[in-house]
Design a protein around this ligand. Structure first.
Ligand SMILES: [Fe+2]
Length: 186
C-alpha cells in the first residue's frame, strides 16, 4: 500500500524538501542566491500549508477524537509562519533582518514537522483512516499542489512601474494560495 503517494508519504516528502531548502540557504553567503532559494522555499511552504488546510485538517477534524484541538493548534502555527514569510518576502538577501527572520521561520517549521510526524498527527491519521482513504487524500493533495508553481512566474515583474500600479501586488504566498484555491490571481 505504501507506494509513496498516500497522504502521509506525500506530506513527509514535502517536509524533507523543506529541510533541503534550509540546507541550501545555510550553505550560501551570496545575497542573490539566498533570496532566490528563499522564494522557492516560500512557494513550497505555501503549497504545503494550503494542501494541508484543504485536505489533511478537515479529515483530521472528522476522524480524530481530539482532532479539533490538534488542527486549531496547527492552523495557528501556519498563520504565524505566513506572517513571517510575508515580511521575509520583501527582504533582500543582504538585509540585516533576512537571516534572523529565516531562523524564526526555520524554527517554527521544524517544530511543525516534528509535531505532525511524531507522535500526534500522522500516526493517528494512519491508524484512523482506511488505506483507500489515505490513498485518495494523497491523490487530492498531489493534484492540488500541481496547480501552483514552485517558482514565481518568470514573466511576472517583481516591481511593476509605479505609475501603473493599482493596489499592492500579491506576494508569492498569496499567489500560491489563490492558484490552489481557485481564486483569480489578477
Ligand atoms: Fe506539514
Amino acid at each position: 500500500m505504501a507506494d509513496g503517494t498516500d497522504m502521509v508519504s506525500v506530506l513527509v516528502t514535502d517536509h524533507e524538501e523543506i529541510k533541503e531548502f534550509f540546507r541550501q540557504i545555510e550553505s550560501t553567503s551570496d545575497p542573490e542566491e539566498r533570496r532566490a532559494i528563499a522564494d522557492r522555499l516560500t512557494a513550497e511552504v505555501a503549497r504545503h500549508s494550503v494542501a494541508e488546510e484543504m485536505f489533511l485538517y478537515p479529515a483530521a477534524r472528522k476522524v480524530l477524537p481530539d482532532g479539533d484541538a490538534l488542527v486549531d493548534e496547527e492552523i495557528e502555527e501556519h498563520d504565524e509562519a505566513e506572517r513571517l514569510f510575508k515580511r521575509w518576502e520583501d527582504m533582500a538577501g543582504d538585509d540585516p533582518e533576512f537571516l534572523p527572520t529565516y531562523q524564526k521561520i526555520r524554527d517554527g517549521l521544524l517544530h511543525h514537522i516534528d509535531e505532525e510526524e511524531e507522535p500526534k498527527l500522522f500516526p493517528q491519521m494512519q491508524a484512523a483512516l482506511s488505506p483507500e482513504d489515505q490513498q485518495d487524500l494523497g491523490d487530492k493533495l498531489t493534484k492540488a499542489k500541481k496547480l501552483a508553481p514552485t517558482r514565481p512566474h518568470p514573466s511576472m515583474p517583481k516591481e511593476p512601474p509605479g505609475d501603473m500600479l493599482v493596489g499592492v501586488p500579491l506576494g508569492v504566498f498569496d499567489r500560491v494560495r489563490d492558484l490552489m484555491s481557485g481564486r483569480p490571481t489578477d
